[in-house]
Design a protein around this ligand. Structure first.
Ligand SMILES: C=CC1=C(C)c2cc3[nH]c(cc4nc(cc5[nH]c(cc1n2)c(C)c5CCC(=O)O)C(CCC(=O)O)=C4C)c(C)c3C=C
Ligand code: FE2
Length: 409
């Protein structure tokens, strides 16, 4: 009993207001994770017990607070695999994801995550445009699901772009995340083969004294001006609205844009602090806008310095990306950082696995990236190396699988 109390208090203490939304079943129920189940041993910590429901209106992993470890994986259907095989795969994947996210072993488990709780594991599935041709479902492609246009600053590797199927895995434990990745890959055998795979990370929950906005590998506070679930227009910005007809399968879904964006860290770190801050338009130490106030003070794009210059420079990233500069276009940014070692000359291969979620890519990423492509001061320090767009169906109910409404109706 005492152990359970400590677990509950730790959970609330480390998760804070934002984190608590995603950590539901574990805090209340205790014995989660096939580690602790039935052993009568010590309770899992708050990190281990965090469990995010798999079933729901929307898939988990979109509004879930950032997890410490992430894997992105894209698959192409194997030769000869069509709609029937894809449906069976999504059924297997959903069953395995449901089990693992609730702390139970999936069928045929390899025991990699045996000692751990679910650690806020989420598994989110999406379809690339090519999936619809492979499965004879081109008449079900939503009007908003258009290929991303080319941008002048793109340096894309097609082998690490696109894909028929996509999964995003997030967890607060690296073994739990890897376990889920391996289970998905094994379940796909014979039906789909891995096209590309990327690994990312964020700060571990509880590593800071209080819940804070994450930092990226340039050292900036990143995520401050994201739409918030409490905003009245949040759902309209992030989730596809309900509709009938051929597109109804995507009700409650969203579109994920995935870009592997390398940071040119040597160039960036040579830049003096005041110029780094001018590139973004926010202070590096605490994320406060250069127009004044604290991190959460709204950015004042019309403010001038005493010398007559703009407080937020004309090419500052936050000015160019702001909804006010893009006819209200917005998206929910939910990235992972990545580090894939060093090039032969010592250049770090590191940056952002930029994942953003929106109800309509044309009125989200595409509109904003078109503007950034032309006038963003940050573009001298980053390089977009891969790109993909996925339609991510809404969540499924008990006994259903993700994508069933597309594949079986
Ligand atoms: C097309 C969309 C965007 C890309 C690509 C992008 C890349 C990118 N951004 C940062 C760092 C920061 N971005 C910040 C704000 C911000 N970025 C976008 C969009 C893209 N960023 C938007 C819509 C916003 C919010 C603008 C606003 O309304 O104020 C910030 C500031 C803090 C914050 O609000 O999150 C930082 C820092 C990097 C490093 C990067 C590519 C590697
Ligand atoms: Fe940004």
């Amino acid at each position: 009993m005492a152990g359970q109390e400590i677990t509950r208090r730790r959970l609330l203490g480390t998760a804070g207001a934002a984190g608590a939304a995603g950590l539901v079943a574990g805090g209340a129920g205790g014995a989660l994770g096939y580690a602790a189940a039935g052993t009568g041993g010590p309770a899992l910590t708050s990190v281990g017990t965090g469990a995010v429901p798999f079933h729901g209106t929307h898939q988990a992993g979109i509004t879930t607070p950032l997890q410490a470890c992430g894997h992105l994986i894209a698959f192409d259907l194997a030769t000869g695999a069509g709609r029937k095989e894809a449906a069976a795969l999504l059924r297997r994947w959903s069953a395995a994801a449901e089990a693992m996210t609730q702390g139970r072993p999936p069928a045929g488990d390899n025991q990699v995550a045996l000692d751990a709780g679910p650690a806020s594991l989420t598994v989110t599935f999406g379809f690339g445009r090519s999936f619809f041709a492979r499965t004879g479902l081109t008449d079900r492609i939503p009007a908003a699901f258009q290929p991303l246009p080319a941008f002048s600053s793109d340096a894309l590797d097609p082998r690490r772009s696109d894909g028929d199927l996509w999964a995003q895995i997030g967890a607060d434990d690296a073994l739990v995340a890897f376990h889920a990745l391996r289970v998905l890959q094994k379940e796909a055998a014979g039906t789909a083969r891995v096209r590309w795979q990327m690994n990312g990370f964020n700060r571990t929950p509880g590593a800071t004294a209080r819940p804070m906005t994450a930092r990226n590998l340039m050292g900036q506070v990143d995520g401050t001006n994201n739409p918030k679930p409490a905003d009245p227009d949040f759902a309209a910005k992030v989730f596809v609205p309900d509709q009938g007809g051929d597109e109804a399968w995507l009700n409650g879904g969203s579109y994920a844009v995935v870009r592997r964006i390398r940071m040119l860290l040597d160039d960036w770190e040579r830049l003096p602090l005041d110029r780094q801050e001018a590139v973004i338009g926010r202070r590096k130490s605490d994320g406060a806008p250069l127009s004044g106030g604290t991190e959460t003070t709204p950015v004042d794009l019309g403010r001038f310095n005493p010398d007559g210059s703009l407080a937020i420079p004309g090419d500052a990233h936050v000015r160019v990306a702001a909804p006010a500069s893009n006819g209200g276009a917005a998206m929910l940014r939910r990235p992972f950082s990545y580090h894939d070692g060093y090039d032969a000359d010592g250049t770090p291969d590191a940056g952002l696995l930029f994942v953003c979620w929106q109800a309509d890519p044309g009125n989200g990423f595409v509109k904003v990236q078109r503007k950034l492509d032309r006038g963003d001061g940050l573009s001298r320090f980053i390089r977009h190396e891969s790109s993909a767009l996925f339609a991510v169906p809404g969540g499924c109910g008990k006994g259903e699988y993700v994508g069933q409404r597309l594949l079986e109706s």
